[in-house]
Each structure stands twice: as structure tokens, then as C-alpha cells.
Write a protein that binds this ligand. Structure first.
Ligand SMILES: Cc1cc2nc3c(=O)[nH]c(=O)nc-3n(C[C@H](O)[C@H](O)[C@H](O)COP(=O)(O)OP(=O)(O)OC[C@H]3O[C@@H](n4cnc5c(N)ncnc54)[C@H](O)[C@@H]3O)c2cc1C
Length: 287
């Protein structure tokens, strides 16, 4: 187990902004994780599991708790027939590539999402009509106090639009099993290339961000509402509403989390005033 003190979370999150945490643990096995969670739970202090940090923003200042990351020990993939099993730290893009190599389809739409398997299941990440709930069969998880681990099936995960039971249960996702289907490799590759091209042309991928900052409100698109509010390119400090895709708040250089949160508030207020629509952040904001 690796223990880092007073870590700057900008280095561990894709926004490249935010404050520090008291302690960051990188655990390599279920045993190390259980031990860490038991100690934290006894101390009464808070903790959070961080995946690839592509949907998480830590507020400026100090997070007075422990951030836990799953290390190399959780970075394994195995394939058996039409099933793929991946550790919680494996990147979704890596699982999609491995699936393609074995001629297994189903992950094409998700292949460009820059998250870990754990973060993707927690968020029920999705794109271009696909989402994790379409391909997951079960997951091995640990209770948030480290006391036990067990399998849960998809039907018990309460997967909905960018939500899951894990938001409330705080269970740690250690391993995820996918049920895929046989598909010719060239077909999978061509679909993955097409989705990559769509991302490259529509999204501001050269600047740090957390992807779409807000959830899609019923009957609307967040990006269009923000654009039609006249906020394209609007910035506060180093945080900016992307001109390329208004649903993205980006770090154009030197943004603090305070800048990002002030911009988020302004966007929410403006859209509410103009269109009577409440925008809810998709990004996990850690105070
Ligand atoms: C350029 C860009 C494009 C994006 N495009 C998309 C998109 O098309 N669709 C989409 O849905 N999202 C998109 N995202 C957002 C993000 O990539 C996804 O939400 C992704 O699933 C988050 O995974 P992560 O590992 O980075 O999670 P993190 O940001 O590390 O964590 C997110 C949440 O999951 C929890 N968590 C992480 N790992 C675990 C675990 N092992 N066990 C329990 N809880 C865990 C964390 O506590 C946190 O609450 C995009 C982001 C960027 C930067």
C-alpha cells in the first residue's frame, strides 16, 4: 500500500484544478483495501474512492479525509467466451479494445469515455445510445466499512441515467463482469473509429475538463440551453464555458476549483432565469 500525504488533487483529476487531500492511499489488494476501510471507519473520518478522476472535482482547500485509489492489483482483465471480467481500476477504453481483439461487441459506444470501470459503473456512464447498464452482468463489491465483499447482479444495481446504488451505498467496486456478443472485429473497429471521430469533432478534448458538466435535463440538451443563454466562451478566472461544446466547462489555464464552481453557479442561474430549467451537475463535487 502506498500512502501519500497532503496530495494535490489537481494531479489526479482531469479538470487539473482543485485542492489537496490529507491522505491518499493506493491499495493493491482486497485485503489492503479492507484493512484501510476498517481503520478509517473506526476513526470516524471520511473517505472517497477515486477512479480515473474524469468526473470528479475537489473544492479548493483541504479535503479532511482519505482518498483511496485502486492500484495495479485492480488492473487485470480476463476473457472467457462472451464474458469479460475487469478489475475496478481498468480503463473502459482498455476493456473496449480487449473486447474488440476477441471479436466481442457491445462496448463500442463507450470506448471513448475516459473513466475507470469502477467510475463508469458508479456513474452508469453512457454515450451515443449505449450505457454501462446494457453490458454489465454483475460486480464484486466491498462494503464501505470493509467488513464484507459480495457479488451483486445488474438488477440490484439501481442503474439509471448517470446514477446507481453506489451513490448511496458507497460500496467499492472491485471487479465488473460484462456480457458481450460475438461481432466481426472490422465492424467493431469501424464503429469505434466513428465514435472517436464524433468526439474529436464535437468536444473540446485539448483542454482539461470533466466532459459534460451537467446532466441532460428532461426534454432539453444542457449544451443547447447554455449556448442559447449567450454563455459560449464566458469565463470566470481560468474556467470557461467551451465555445466548441457549451455543455463542457473547461480549464483554459490556471483555473481554480473556485473559478469552476462560480462558473457552474452562473450557468445554472442564467439558464434558470431564461428557460425555467434547473441544471444538475453530473460532475461529482467533493467539498
Ligand atoms: C473528455 C471527457 C469526455 C467524457 N465523456 C463522457 C461520456 O461520453 N459519457 C459519460 O457518461 N461520461 C463522460 N465523461 C465523464 C467520465 O469520464 C465518466 O463519468 C466516467 O465514468 C468516470 O470514471 P472515473 O473513473 O474517471 O470516475 P471518477 O471521476 O474517479 O469517480 C466518479 C465517481 O465514481 C466513484 N468511483 C470511482 N471508482 C469507483 C469504484 N471502484 N468503486 C466505487 N466508486 C467508484 C467516485 O467515488 C466518484 O463518486 C467524460 C469525461 C471527460 C473528461
Amino acid at each position: 500500500m502506498k500512502i501519500l500525504e497532503n496530495c494535490n488533487m489537481a494531479e489526479f483529476t482531469s479538470f487539473k484544478a482543485g485542492g489537496n487531500c490529507e491522505r491518499l492511499l493506493i491499495v493493491e489488494s482486497n485485503q489492503e483495501l479492507a484493512q484501510a476501510l476498517t481503520e478509517i471507519s473506526k476513526s470516524g473520518k471520511k473517505h472517497i474512492l477515486l477512479g480515473n478522476g474524469s468526473n470528479t472535482l475537489f473544492a479548493d482547500g483541504m479535503y479532511d479525509g482519505t482518498v483511496i485509489k485502486l492500484g495495479e492489483g485492480f488492473n487485470k482483465i480476463s476473457v472467457s467466451g462472451e464474458n469479460i471480467s475487469a478489475g475496478g481500476a481498468v480503463l473502459l477504453s482498455k476493456v473496449a479494445r480487449e473486447a474488440m481483439n476477441f471479436g466481442l461487441g457491445g462496448l463500442e459506444t463507450l470506448s471513448g469515455i475516459p473513466g475507470s470501470i469502477g467510475g463508469a459503473l458508479f456513474m452508469n456512464a453512457g454515450a451515443y445510445g449505449g450505457e454501462m447498464s446494457h453490458v454489465v452482468s454483475r460486480a464484486y463489491v466491498m462494503k464501505s466499512d470493509g467488513s464484507e465483499s459480495y457479488w451483486i447482479s445488474k438488477n440490484d444495481m439501481e442503474l439509471g441515467y448517470r446514477t446507481s446504488r453506489f451513490k448511496n451505498s458507497q460500496e467499492i467496486i472491485l471487479e465488473v463482469e460484462f456480457k458481450l456478443e460475438k461481432k466481426p472485429k472490422p465492424e467493431i473497429k469501424s464503429l469505434m473509429d466513428e465514435y472517436t471521430e464524433r468526439r474529436n469533432s464535437k468536444q473540446p478534448l485539448t483542454l482539461p475538463s470533466c466532459g459534460s458538466f451537467f446532466k441532460r435535463p428532461a426534454g432539453h440538451f444542457a449544451g443547447a440551453l447554455i449556448q442559447n443563454s449567450g454563455l459560449a466562451g464566458y469565463s470566470i478566472g481560468g474556467a470557461q464555458v467551451s465555445e466548441k461544446h457549451c455543455g463542457f466547462l473547461v480549464n483554459k489555464g490556471g483555473a481554480t476549483a473556485t473559478d469552476v464552481l462560480a462558473l457552474k453557479d452562473l450557468v445554472q442561474k442564467t439558464v434558470k432565469e431564461k428557460f425555467e430549467v434547473d441544471l444538475e451537475p453530473e460532475v461529482r463535487i467533493i467539498l
